[in-house]
Design a protein around this ligand. Sequence first.
Ligand code: AMP
Length: 223
Amino acid sequence: MRLILLGPPGAGKGTQAQRLVERFKIVQLSTGDMLRAAVKAATPVGLKAKDVMARGELVPDDVVVAIVADRIEEADARNGFILDGFPRTVPQAEALDRMLDQKGLALDAVIELKVDEGLLLKRIEKRIADMTARGEPLRPDDNPESLKKRLDAYRAQTAPVTGYYACKGVLRTVDGMASVEKVSADIAAVLDPPSGPSGRPAEKPAPGRRNADGKVDGWPSRP
Ligand code: AMP
């Protein structure tokens, strides 16, 4: 299973990615986490990314693409992966397509968590307040100024990525404002639509069609 989770900061991508990791036994590849680790370890990439990230701006495409290209080569990603926070620009999406093509791989789905932007800032502010109350460390970009920049970057550079995948017919949209449980259930429904023996969506049998016992078939039962 190879998935992408798209959505603005605060949409719940990280939480849902964790659940998908458990469910499908795939790895979560979060470019934000990888870049934060690089900053912490003061690697050349980390030194380049540190200030850009703190300001809430996007790290250059070539830097992020190189990190992802290396990471998906690793053994634990062979079983599948869920990309969280990547691609964030159309050139990154194009680079990912080239990477997957070279390996003969394809994406199973791109899931967009759709959220009400008006409520998003409040949601993020609440998350920051909760983390502060629990004594958890905040990220350097968890401040109102950087948050606004992160949302601006999403609107300008990442929102067009949904159009890119919509054109390819792989985009699935889920209401990200629902409860965590409901969002998980909706993602599960998107990934496991009820299917017939062919694997294609189940169809209603032709009216009056009879089965081997001579009885009229009903609707296929959902698993
Ligand atoms: P995140 O943890 O996904 O919110 O990412 C935190 C920060 O890391 C972002 O605000 C960007 O500065 C940087 N970042 C993460 N992923 C990407 C990406 N795919 N492209 C460019 N910058 C990224």
